[in-house]
Design a binder for this molecule. Structure first.
Ligand code: P1T
Length: 391
């Protein structure tokens, strides 16, 4: 993997890694990896699986191709593809932690991740402390003798706060902890946490990596072989693998990741500026804006700010609802990272599973709106927002 990792640029890896044409005897030179639907693989000798394949949960040629592509995008040695982002998260936690262990987690995480931690993982005797990890000192202070993992999103969902990944990695490593970075919001095109010192990168590949809102998936990329073996063992033992057809769809999406991310960023910046100047908007949060409190850090550790913008609309939750329901081009829907623009109200949608108290404590107000800017014509998107504001 190292050779590929260093030899090609991002777009080349996205298109070619894992899909090199096979010219060996009997092969047909496909330029797209075939969808291997077979759940089991026949062997000639009892003790010799054919080319290492015995059963699709353990290893499948289409998933394997995707996994090597995923690894290459994050400059990692290993990749693993799961049936969803949450499946990846569950497998990761259960593989690396035991009863009595402790996680230091960012207090601004996807609501489903908090639900997994607070309602499922906690039942296995694993403790979680939430801190504002955008303040590195708070991470340090939350570390206990039984801490094993530090878990962050950067930018976070939905407040788009950044963590200084290099600084958090240094703290984690000083205490022999594993740093997990959920890189879903930027995709590997705009940020590579392993290069900044993280140990494990996680993605909901349902989002930018897949890119077309038509395939659920999760991925883990890492270079530590011992951790990889543990997670892979857990994945095979518990079964949260990505199906062959879904692996193919995800690979198809990845081929245009660079082009899509460039356009998401370009559109998002235009729309963030539009919103910032709008009288019915109280606050716009987008790391690419100079007004973002961590704009400087964004410039240091990322190469672009992606397509997610959060903003607070002036007025009440009813004003927010009226605005959302007037839109015609933006789909009022959960999720993000697809080619089409989506918009949602975290308090009642993606983060409804987080208690109102916890939401308010970290700043997810009832009038906070999150947009996933697609790759449509930006003029049409701005016109739709104007219509929503009743301009
Ligand atoms: O939906 P799934 O593929 O299981 O991924 C979960 C997940 C993990 N991490 C982050 C940062 C995420 O945003 C998500 C899923 N998020 C949404 C569905 C959402 O609308 O925010």
């Amino acid at each position: 993997m190292n050779k590929i990792k260093n030899k090609y640029g991002f777009a080349t890896k996205a298109i070619h890694v894992g899909e090199e044409p096979n010219f060996s005897d009997g092969a047909t030179g496909d330029v797209v990896v075939p969808i291997h639907l077979s759940t089991t693989f026949a062997r000639k000798k009892v003790t010799e699986p054919t080319a290492g394949y015995d059963y699709t949960r353990s290893l499948n040629p289409t998933r394997k191709a995707l996994e090597s592509k995923l690894a290459s995008l994050e400059n990692a040695d290993f990749g693993l593809a799961f049936s969803s982002g949450l499946a990846a998260e569950t497998t990761l936690v259960l593989a690396l932690l035991q009863q009595g262990d402790h996680i230091v987690a960012f207090d601004d995480l996807y609501g489903g991740t908090k639900r997994l931690f607070n309602h499922i993982i906690i039942n296995y005797g694993i403790e979680i402390s939430y801190v504002d990890a955008s303040n590195t000192d708070k991470v340090s202070k939350a570390i206990q003798p039984n801490t094993r993992l530090v878990w962050i999103e950067s930018p976070s969902n939905p407040l788009l706060k950044l963590c200084d990944i290099k600084a958090v990695a240094e703290i984690a490593h000083k205490h022999n902890l594993i740093l997990v970075v959920d890189n879903t919001f930027l995709s590997p095109y705009f940020q590579n946490p392993l290069d900044l010192g993280a140990d494990v990168v996680l993605h909901s590949s349902t989002k930018y990596i897949g890119g077309h809102s038509d395939v659920l998936g999760g991925s883990i990329m890492l270079s530590d072989e011992t951790l990889y073996e543990k997670i892979k063992y857990q994945q095979n033992a518990t079964g949260a693998v990505l199906a062959p057809f879904d692996s193919y769809l995800t690979m198809r999406g990845i081929k245009t990741l660079e082009l899509r991310m460039q356009r998401h960023h370009q559109n998002a910046l235009l729309i963030a500026v539009f919103l910032e100047q709008h009288p019915k908007v109280n606050r716009v949060i987008y790391p690419g804006l100079e007004s973002h409190p961590q704009h400087h850090l964004a410039k240091q550790q990322t190469t672009g700010s992606g397509g997610i913008i959060s903003f607070e609309i002036a007025g009440t939750i009813d004003d927010a609802t009226r605005f959302l329901e007037r839109l015609t081009l933006f789909a009022l829907a959960e999720s993000l990272g697809g080619v089409e623009s989506l918009i949602e109200l975290p308090a009642l949608m993606t983060h409804a599973s987080v208690s109102k108290d916890s939401r308010e404590k970290i700043g997810i107000t009832d009038t906070l709106i999150r947009i996933s800017i697609g790759i449509e014509d930006s003029k049409d998107l701005i016109n739709d927002l104007k219509h929503g504001f009743n301009d």
